[in-house]
Design a protein around this ligand. Structure first.
Ligand code: F0G
Length: 462
């Protein structure tokens, strides 16, 4: 692995947005009013917002300049051509449907392909993808290779799928599997990459069973960077070539442009095959809008077109991944249980290890997120029992997910290392007093994607 993360930002700052640190007293009041759910906080009450790297990107001068060229025609927009050209250039696909964001593309793909009781294998589906699969009455099947679940494993590609399990799933349930979906990078276990070798083998297995394979390519450029720096034989391939090779192995992709499209809103669905494209249009028009705008303004299409070319730039990715790496290493050295090596878009902390005295049904990740807000007005996100746990429908008992994570997602081109130093210090202070921190009860929850709207009560000393 090359240690290359020493470059300063390959940009200078032209527009700034003021932020401020609310007082400790204000923080305590706001988090209580929010039902101890950081999704209910107002952004003005947050100092450093690491809730997500999605749609939080700072756009470049080139992107803002391109937006003024947006062609807002309902049909045949010039901006659609600009987007298609950028997709063909960076990803390779000749057929593109814009969507309002990634989940819009998932909605079309799952409606097109999935029937009740089908099974959709993948390395590890993101929660909106799982939601769309379940809304079709089908089953998401996560077949992440075992090392991906081991926080302490130093495997360079912890987003890989277990190929034996994929082959077994396909031979057992072939008739119920309309597609395989690989998520690059794998968000839920830390933004961990998938190797080209693993992707190639997964595609071979799927295609041998005559099942199409798709990428959820939200962070494809970060994945390409990891392939270049970690996978033997790719050191001298440029990032675009690597990305193109990934896309060449699969039948199409869903893409949330809010991540590696470097924009605040947008997504797309892309195919190699015109028949699949034509079929998808039948769902595109009622769900998202006409082919050439798909739920976006022409100016948004222009911004994505430029963003796709910017994101694959080596200096950008070097700095981006370097920043994440520096924060992770800083916390790791302080003894905080972070996933190492870190992934591409954030630092993931194992809240179960952080708070060994809090069982999953007391939501240790939630306890961490609340304390970090109280400590420094820093907003992180729970990706553990609240987000991925469930209640047994008959007994009401808590079913814990395999991992109890908290994510400090780093927006692209937004915060400086000084901001992240503040974050590191706040996390350390919480770590020092971790044994005094209580868990939570969930007192209000929705049946699907409950973590967005749940309310909590802090547990008192028993
Ligand atoms: N796939 C992955 C891997 C994602 O991380 C996301 C979104 C989506 C699909 C859906 O895309 O938001 O544009 O509809 N992830 C965000 C996050 C929300 O915070 O990680 P979307």
């Amino acid at each position: 692995m090359r240690a290359r993360h020493d470059y300063a930002e390959p940009f200078k700052i032209k527009t700034v947005e003021p932020i401020h640190l609310p007082s400790r007293q204000t923080r305590a009041a706001r988090i209580e009013e929010a039902g101890f759910n950081v999704f209910n906080l107002q952004s003005e009450d947050v100092y450093i917002d690491l809730l997500t790297d999605s749609g939080t990107t700072a756009m470049s001068t080139q992107q803002w300049a391109a937006m003024i060229k947006g062609d807002e025609s309902y049909a045949g927009s010039r901006s659609y051509k600009a987007l298609s050209a950028a997709v063909a250039d960076v990803m390779g696909f000749p057929y593109v449907l814009p969507t309002h964001q990634g989940r819009g593309a998932e909605h079309i793909l799952m409606t097109m392909k999935v029937q009740p009781d089908d099974r959709i294998p993948g390395n590890m589906h993101f929660d909106t993808t799982e939601g769309h699969i379940r809304l079709r009455g089908a089953h998401p099947i996560n077949l992440l290779a075992e090392e991906g679940y081991q926080r302490a494993s130093t495997h360079p590609f912890k987003g890989n799928i277990d190929l034996d399990q994929l082959a077994a799933e396909l031979s057992k349930n072939r008739e119920r599997i309309p597609l395989v979906l690989m998520t690059i990078t794998c968000n839920n276990n830390g933004g961990q990459p998938v190797s080209l070798a693993n992707l190639r083998a997964a595609a071979e297995i799927a295609h041998a069973a005559e099942v199409p394979i798709f990428l959820d390519a939200a962070r494809f450029a970060e994945n390409a960077y990891f392939i270049q720096t970690r996978e033997p034989g790719y050191e001298n391939h440029d990032l675009r070539t690597i990305a193109r090779e990934c896309f060449s192995l699969v039948d199409g992709c869903t893409f949330s442009a809010k991540k590696d499209g470097l924009v605040n809103i947008g997504g797309l669905l892309a195919f190699w095959d015109i028949k699949a494209f034509e079929e998808a249009i039948q769902w595109q028009i009622p769900f998202e809008g006409f082919i050439t705008y798909g739920g976006l303004a022409g100016r948004d299409l222009e911004a994505i077109a430029v963003g796709l070319r910017e994101v694959i730039n080596p200096a950008y990715l070097e700095n981006r991944i370097g920043q994440v790496h520096r924060l992770a290493s800083r916390l790791y050295e302080a003894g905080v249980p972070v996933i190492m090596p870190p992934g591409g878009h954030g630092v993931f902390i194992d809240a179960g290890e952080f708070f060994p005295h809090l069982p999953p049904e007391q939501f240790p990740g939630q306890a961490f997120v609340v304390e970090l807000y109280l400590e420094g007005a820093i907003r992180a996100v729970e990706l553990g029992s609240a987000a991925f746990g469930r209640r047994d429908p008959t007994t009401g008992e808590h079913i814990a997910p395999r991992m109890e994570m908290v994510r400090l997602a780093i927006p692209r081109r937004v915060y400086t290392d000084r901001h992240l130093e503040q974050v590191a210090q706040a996390v350390e202070r919480v770590y020092q007093r971790r044994s005094d921190i209580q868990g939570f009860d969930m007192i209000k929850e929705a049946p699907v994607l409950r973590h967005f709207t749940a309310q909590y009560r802090r547990r008192e000393d028993d």
